[in-house]
Design a protein around this ligand. Structure first.
Ligand SMILES: Cc1ncc(COP(=O)(O)O)c(C=O)c1O
Length: 414
């Protein structure tokens, strides 16, 4: 039997046993013991509106997803060395949602693994080594993908095959400067004998401060990268599965078609599953030179979860819902706190909203106070001054109203 520890002793034990023991949210870490739709409950039964966790995409412990997983777990769990209906059905459902030509899937277990594989495929296909990423991007934690994540990988840790280019905000401010900086990075890579294998971008530019790119940004970069013989990778780990409204995938807002797409986080509603999707031609080239096997990637239980998530999104029209509720939420935020001196901008798309504040201290204090008032949000951006609102897709207008009310209360204390 597991000991029933107090939150304090649980925290102390965690700090002593875990390699990443200090990575928790809030000054006093929350001890969450139950989740239900958009709500989380702590050990004392206090209820929090979850406006942060995109992984529980169709709601915490969604009974449809739980049933699908439980039923499959009770029947069989193996790996992709055997035939199984679920993996084929999931690949088919994903491919149906992609632009024509993106018709081959690989399954993995995390966003980092998916991006790592995508980059390996790009290197194989192009024969090049270099990679372009935006200046504060985050794409994961493997040895290669850490390098592709300047948010964590500082300039002095960065290897010579990485070039960092401006995000969509700078393109908006000064397109010419932005393109010149990108070309300078390509020249820098060339001086180290690296040509471009890939450009990878998270299509809601979350760690850049949450920007849906305006017309032109991705188109221009995609054309430039193609000219240089590289491939384009759309990292849909955050922007995928309808989160940004209107479209299932974030890149669709820009009217571009990537060579490779990677999926993760929301894909299994909390169960670890991710995927890489590319063209038959690119996949065949890779398959000729490399074997790919992933013990847990694409197992029948994970695929049951993935299928249930996609079906739930479709059955409940959640892409449209994200747009309707997201628009309402943004409008209400603009109406109530938009003119506050401490708020610099409110932006985003669908159910992915950023509130840029005056500085990181005010943002941290707001995030902490909201938690005390029963609302969980996050914090991001190069200056850590953007409040990140990214709730489960089952979030309703009344939940948006609750957040706005709590923000209005807190405003008085600024
Ligand atoms: C855009 C993006 N890509 C990739 C990853 C890595 O995913 P994972 O943590 O599942 O490895 C993350 C995680 O935060 C992410 O936000």
């Amino acid at each position: 039997m597991q000991e029933d520890l107090s939150t304090t002793s649980l925290f102390k034990k965690r700090m002593s046993y875990l390699g990443n023991g200090d990575q928790y949210f809030y000054k006093e870490p929350l001890h969450i013991t139950k989740g239900e739709d958009v709500w989380l409950f702590d050990k004392e039964g206090k209820k929090y509106l979850d406006v942060y966790n995109n992984v529980a995409h169709v709601g915490h412990c969604n009974p449809v997803v739980v049933d699908a997983m439980v039923n499959q777990a009770a029947k069989l769990n193996t790996n992709t060395r055997y035939l199984h209906e679920h993996i084929v059905a999931l690949a088919e459902a994903i491919i149906e949602s992609m632009p024509e030509g993106l018709n081959v899937c690989y399954f993995c277990c995390s966003g980092s693994e998916a991006n790592d594989l995508a980059f390996q495929i790009a290197r194989n296909n192009t024969g090049n080594k270099g990679c372009l990423v935006t200046e504060n991007a985050y794409h994961g934690n493997t040895t290669a993908v850490f390098q592709m994540s300047p948010e964590d990988c500082t300039a002095n840790q960065r290897e010579s095959w990485i070039g960092t280019i401006p995000g969509p905000q700078e393109y908006l401010e000064d397109e010419v400067r932005c393109i010149q900086k990108t070309k300078d990075q390509v020249t820098k890579l060339k001086s180290h004998n690296h040509s471009i294998a890939a450009f990878i971008a998270d299509n809601i530019f979350s760690s850049e401060g949450i920007y849906l790119p305006r017309e032109g940004y991705l188109q221009t970069l995609y054309a430039l990268v193609k000219d240089l013989g590289g491939l384009t990778i759309a990292d849909e780990v955050q922007s995928g599965f309808g989160r940004t409204g209107d479209f299932m995938w974030g890149f669709e807002h820009s009217g571009v078609v990537p060579d490779i797409v990677t999926l993760g986080k929301p894909m299994g509603n909390g169960h670890p599953i991710s995927a890489v999707i590319t063209t038959r031609e690119i996949a065949d080239g890779f398959n000729r030179d490399y074997g790919y096997f992933n013990t847990f990637g694409g197992n029948p239980v994970s695929c049951a979860a993935g299928l249930a998530v996609i079906r739930y999104i479709k059955d409940n029209n959640l892409v449209k819902h994200a747009k309707t509720v997201g628009n309402y939420f943004q409008k209400e935020l603009v109406r109530t706190i938009g003119t506050n001196d401490l708020v610099k901008d409110i932006r985003g798309s669908g159910l992915f909203i950023g509130i840029e504040m005056k500085d990181d201290t005010i943002t941290s204090s707001t995030v902490e106070q909201l938690m005390n008032n029963g609302v969980l949000v996050g914090q991001t951006g190069p200056n850590n001054n953007v409040m990140k609102l990214r709730p489960p897709m089952t979030f309703q207008k009344e939940h948006a109203d609750f957040v706005v009310q709590q923000l209005e209360k807190i405003q008085l204390n600024f």
